[in-house]
Write a protein that binds this ligand. Structure first.
Ligand SMILES: NC(=O)c1ccc[n+]([C@@H]2O[C@H](COP(=O)([O-])OP(=O)(O)OC[C@H]3O[C@@H](n4cnc5c(N)ncnc54)[C@H](O)[C@@H]3O)[C@@H](O)[C@H]2O)c1
Length: 266
C-alpha cells in the first residue's frame, strides 16, 4: 500500500458520511487531514476519533459555497501542516425538485457547493501542490452523473458537470504532476440512513454484489486514486456502485427503492 506519511490532505464534507470515512482512512494511512465542513460538532468529533486512533487531523469551518472560505482553507492547511498534497472534494448540499420547482437561489447554491467549489479548490490548491512537486485531487461525483433521476435535476447537472470538469482539470494540471480523478458511487448507506431498517433490504435487490455500499467502500477507492499506485490514472471517473449501473432496472426493486426514497431523509 502507498505510504501517506508526511502527506497532507483536505477532505471537504468530512464531518459525516463518505467524507468522514475517507478522512479516517487517510489519517490511518499516515496523512495529516484537514476536515473542511460547515458542521462543527461533527467535524470536531471526527478529529477526536482520528486523534484517539493515533492519527493527525484538524477541523476547519469551511463553507465550500463561499470563495473566500475555500481560499482560506487552502492557506490555513499550508500554514498548519506546511504543505498540501491531496484534495478530496466530497461536500454535498443539493436542492431537490424538477426544473420548474427549483428556485434560482437553490439552483445557484447547489451548483456552488457541488461544482464551483471544485474549480475553486483547483484554482487555489494546485499552486500549493505544485510547490511540493505535485499532488492529486479526487472529486466525488455519483451514478447521478451518468444517468438522471426524477426530482434531482440540479444534482444530475452538477454531478455530470463534475465528471467533465475532472477531465479538463486533469489535462491542465497533468504537466505539473497533479492527477485529478472522480468517483461515481451508487447509493451508499451512511449514518443518516441507518434509522431506516428497510434500507438494507431494499438495496440488496439492486446491487449485483448483493449488498448495499458503505462509506468505507468509497474511502478505499479514494485512497487508491490518491496513492502512487494510481500514478498512471488521471481524468478518470471510477464507478463504485456494486454493479448498480451494470443491470437494467428490475421493476419490483426499483418500486421498493422509490417508495423508500420518498420517505427517507436526505
Ligand atoms: N450517500 C450516497 O448514497 C451517495 C451516492 C453517490 C454520491 N454521493 C456523494 O458523496 C458525497 C458525500 O455524500 P454523503 O452521503 O456522505 O453526504 P452526507 O450528507 O452524509 O455528508 C455531507 C457532508 O457535507 C457537509 N456540507 C454540506 N454543505 C457544506 C458546505 N457548504 N461546505 C462544507 N461542507 C458542507 C455536511 O455538513 C456533511 O458533513 C457527496 O458528494 C454525494 O453527492 C453520495
Amino acid at each position: 500500500m502507498s505510504d501517506f506519511h508526511s502527506k497532507v490532505a483536505i477532505v471537504t464534507g468530512a464531518s459525516a458520511g463518505i467524507g468522514r470515512a475517507t478522512a479516517r482512512l487517510l489519517a490511518s494511512s499516515g496523512a495529516a487531514v484537514v476536515i473542511a465542513d460547515i458542521d462543527s460538532t461533527g467535524g470536531e468529533s471526527a478529529v477526536a476519533e482520528i486523534r484517539t486512533a493515533g492519527g493527525q487531523a484538524a477541523f476547519l469551518h469551511t463553507d465550500v459555497g463561499v470563495t473566500d472560505a475555500i481560499h482560506a482553507c487552502v492557506e490555513h492547511t499550508v500554514a498548519t501542516y506546511g504543505r498540501l498534497d491531496y484534495i478530496v472534494n466530497n461536500a454535498y448540499w443539493s436542492a431537490r425538485g424538477s426544473i420548474e420547482e427549483l428556485s434560482e437561489a437553490d439552483w445557484d447554491r447547489s451548483m456552488d457547493v457541488m461544482l464551483k467549489a471544485i474549480y475553486l479548490f483547483g484554482k487555489f490548491g494546485f499552486p500549493a501542490m505544485r510547490a511540493v512537486g505535485g499532488g492529486a485531487m479526487v472529486n466525488i461525483s455519483s451514478v447521478h452523473g451518468l444517468a438522471a433521476y426524477r426530482q434531482y435535476a440540479v444534482y444530475a447537472a452538477a454531478k455530470a458537470g463534475l465528471i467533465n470538469l475532472t477531465r479538463a482539470m486533469a489535462l491542465d494540471a497533468g504537466n505539473h504532476n497533479i492527477r485529478v480523478n472522480a468517483v461515481c458511487p451508487g447509493w451508499i448507506i451512511t449514518e443518516k440512513d441507518t434509522p431506516h431498517a428497510d434500507a438494507l433490504t431494499i438495496t440488496r435487490g439492486i446491487y449485483a454484489v448483493g449488498r448495499p455500499g458503505v462509506p468505507d467502500d468509497i474511502a478505499k477507492v479514494v485512497r487508491f486514486l490518491l496513492s502512487d499506485d494510481a500514478g498512471f490514472v488521471t481524468g478518470h471517473a471510477l464507478v463504485a456502485d456494486g454493479g448498480l449501473t451494470a443491470q437494467l432496472p428490475d421493476a419490483a426493486s426499483w418500486a421498493a427503492l422509490n417508495a423508500f426514497r420518498s420517505t427517507a431523509s436526505e
